[in-house]
Design a binder for this molecule. Structure first.
Ligand SMILES: Cc1cc2nc3c(=O)[nH]c(=O)nc-3n(C[C@H](O)[C@H](O)[C@H](O)COP(=O)(O)OP(=O)(O)OC[C@H]3O[C@@H](n4cnc5c(N)ncnc54)[C@H](O)[C@@H]3O)c2cc1C
Length: 241
């Protein structure tokens, strides 16, 4: 199937944490931009003459609740071409062309197992989309556990929203691991400690969903499969790079 390209413009930018910003794109010429929660789009950014070197993928951070506005949560990498462009040159009103939606890191249908969602930093984006979709779409589900890791408190993304959700939604559990916050009363260290402690007993109706950068994903896959003994089919991941 040919790729479908969309035109859009940036309608809002907000700081979300150290070197992290949220961007909202308004998609042109559609009333509803259809996508599955967990999917991403690929933006063509003016950072290189060669087309393929201009493309960067970003997970949609809001749920498909109708409308033509997409939210993204993006980290600025040291010397990163696209993220530096988005942070330093892009403004409200800047045009962004993108293709998509793409990707198979989506909710199971039906949700017939517990979903343990493990992420670091902006890897939370697809899970936020999935959780919004489940909650607002009244999708039947089992237990949902979001395990988020970052260095310090400032880097906790969507904290109030998830804390509130955990209070209101009995099936939803929210855990944080901070690796460089000495005064933190919760888990000090990495996301792995949390799921290793909570899910050491292997169960067939429990799946792990991982999203983020290769170091975290590689470690998690090794720990969950080799260390804890879960089957490969119980692990799903979206690798950012
Ligand atoms: C399916 C998919 C979805 C994605 N969704 C998101 C998203 O929602 N939010 C988001 O922020 N990113 C997301 N990414 C990553 C994004 O596509 C870019 O790769 C990222 O923004 C870096 O691009 P850049 O041009 O700034 O850096 P580049 O110029 O491409 O690269 C900069 C350098 O940084 C290195 N690098 C890789 N990982 C890290 C790291 N963790 N810390 C420091 N340096 C590193 C790279 O290897 C490279 O050498 C996603 C990637 C994929 C494949």
């Amino acid at each position: 199937m040919p790729w479908k390209w969309y035109d859009s413009h940036i309608m809002r930018i907000e700081d979300a944490g150290p070197n992290i910003k949220c961007f909202w794109l308004e998609v042109h010429d559609v009333e509803n931009f259809d996508f599955l929660p967990g999917q991403f789009v690929t933006m063509d950014l003016p950072i290189h003459e060669k087309r393929l070197k201009r493309w960067r993928s970003y997970s949609i951070a809001n749920g498909p609740l109708g409308g033509n506005v997409l939210e993204f949560c993006i980290v600025k990498l040291d010397k990163g071409a696209a993220s530096t462009y988005l942070f330093e040159e892009a403004r409200v009103g800047t045009a962004v062309r993108f293709k998509g939606p793409d990707g198979g890191f989506v909710l199971p249908d039906p949700i017939d197992h517990d979903m343990i969602m493990v992420c670091t930093g902006t890897g939370v984006a697809p899970f936020r989309s999935m959780l919004q979709a489940i909650q607002h779409g009244n999708i039947p589900h089992k237990n949902l556990h979001l395990i988020f890791g970052t260095r310090n408190e400032e880097g906790i993304l969507y904290r109030k929203e998830f804390e509130q959700l955990a209070l209101e939604w009995p099936a939803f559990e929210y855990s944080l691991a901070l690796s460089r916050e000495p005064e933190w009363a919760g888990t000090k260290g990495h996301v792995h400690q949390i799921y290793e402690g909570a899910y050491s007993e292997v169960k067939p109706d429990r799946h792990f969903y991982l999203c983020g950068w290769s170091q975290m994903i590689d470690e998690a896959v090794a720990k969950i499969m080799l260390g804890m003994g879960y089957d490969k089919s119980q692990i799903h991941y979206e690798l950012y790079g």
